[in-house]
Design a protein around this ligand. Structure first.
Ligand code: PGA
Length: 248
């Protein structure tokens, strides 16, 4: 049985003061400890949250070099040192707003795995690709290039998030059937690229307008092991509702 994994991506929201407030509020709730729960704050908050929270933490991005003259970037080792265990790689906002290519994303995934940081590799099609029924083709190419050069052992600590771009921050969730279809498609692809066992063990999340009201229906699907959540992860109360989805 695969575990469920709920990840809150704060994006560029909450500075240190808000992060501390969130941590204080989250302490008021018991979290289902059978669910892997992770907060991805702006990286500047990692040490504060490490000190105040017992759940896992991660960064929203990293650079693939170890150190040096790369103004504005942070390395994977810095994330580990600051208390991060996971890193989101290839989020659609990184791809679209910051021009990250499949090649850059693959370099980042490889570096993360090499140093023991667990990557959540994101993929997702845009509205046009969905309407033209090119979504599977798009996802296949993103997954193939994202995983290039990785062994099946490397995949033990890697998570894939399927996030259709048209569902992110729009309030327009993919239907649970569509989300399941794509997560199953990804699992099958990983089975072809590696083997059945690797595919069976892989954790695959859905992301895009997940909230406490719709999470249960989405996570009831066989191939959806969790959710990557933006907006609904910003408040402690709603984040705990996501993690405790079984009780709702
Ligand atoms: P959203 O964001 O939940 O606000 O749609 C999801 C994401 O970008 O990971």
């Amino acid at each position: 049985m695969r575990k469920k994994i709920i990840a809150g991506n704060w994006k560029m929201n909450h500075g240190p003061v808000e992060a501390e407030k969130f941590a204080k509020e989250l302490k008021n709730y018991d979290l289902d400890d059978e669910v892997i729960s992770i907060i991805f704050p702006p990286a500047i908050n990692l040490p504060i949250l490490k000190d105040k929270l017992t759940i896992s933490l991660g960064a929203q991005n990293m650079y693939f070099e170890d150190s040096g003259a790369f103004t504005g970037e942070i390395s994977g080792d810095m994330i580990l040192e600051a208390g991060g265990e996971y890193v989101i790689i290839g989020h659609s906002e990184r791809r679209q707003v910051f021009g990250e290519t499949d090649e850059i994303i693959n370099k980042k995934v490889k570096k993360a795995v090499e140093i023991g940081l667990k990557p959540i590799l994101c993929c997702g099609e845009n509205l046009e690709e969905r309407e033209e029924e090119k979504h599977q083709e798009r996802i296949e190419s993103q997954i193939r290039s994202g995983l290039k050069g990785l062994s099946k052992e490397d995949l033990e600590n890697l998570v894939i998030a399927y996030e259709p771009i048209w569902a992110i921050g729009t309030g327009k969730t993919a239907s649970s059937e569509d989300a399941e279809e794509m997560c199953a498609f990804i699992r099958e692809l990983v089975g072809k690229l590696y083997d059945e066992d690797t595919a069976e063990k892989l954790l695959i999340q859905y992301g895009g307008s997940v909230n406490p009201e719709n999470i249960k229906k989405i996570l009831a699907k066989d191939n959806i092991d969790g959710a990557l959540v933006g907006g609904a992860s910003l408040k402690a109360e709603s984040f705990q509702e996501l993690v405790n989805f079984k009780m709702n």
